[in-house]
Design a protein around this ligand. Structure first.
Ligand code: S3P
Length: 164
């Protein structure tokens, strides 16, 4: 049937929702950031310190490797959609699900985030969302609104995409 690829901004809940949906569906879960950290034995911040391009190459590689596995629920990094080959890989290997959150929700959820190299201020978040909004929509087979909804509710909606 194919993978469920979760895409969306930092703070949209891809990892939490993905874990929950994977439990419901009985599918394994992978977080691409975690896979990158495990395979390189380095942190995302550490890799970003060498340049965003270094991180994006690793991200592209990990997404390509995961796409060839049996079906998984996958939480991608927020910038995975910036790379056209990632978009093709995700589309060819499953369903791409956008967790769509407004700026207020994202700001609130990321208030305590200290480990995201692209985020040093609230303005950064708004700028990134502006730049990416159209890309997220274009990449999504399905869009799930996550504003003011419980993790369980969102994960249930994500799980229904498995039967599509
Ligand atoms: C990024 C999002 C992060 C991580 C990296 C870059 C982005 O993942 O991949 O810091 O470009 O939006 P999360 O979306 O899981 O925070």
């Amino acid at each position: 049937m194919g993978h469920l690829w979760l895409i969306g901004m930092m703070g949209s809940g891809k990892s939490t929702v993905g874990r929950r949906a994977s439990g419901t569906l009985g599918l394994p879960f992978i977080d691409t950031d975690e896979a990158i950290e495990l395979s390189t034995e380095r942190t995302i911040e550490d890799i970003f310190a060498e340049g965003e391009a270094v991180f994006r190459d690793l991200e592209r590689h990990v997404i390509a490797v995961i796409s060839r596995l049996d079906d998984h629920v996958i939480a991608t990094g927020g910038g995975a959609i910036l790379d056209e080959s990632n978009l093709a890989t995700m589309t060819e290997s499953g369903t791409t699900i956008l967790l769509d959150a407004d700026i207020a929700t994202l700001t609130d959820r990321l208030r305590r985030s200290t480990h995201r190299p692209l985020l040093t201020s609230a303005e950064d978040l708004a700028t990134i969302l502006d730049t990416r909004a159209a890309l997220y929509s274009a990449a999504a087979d399905v869009t799930v609104d996550v504003t003011d909804r419980s993790i369980e509710d969102i994960a249930n909606e994500v799980s229904t995409c498995r039967t599509m």
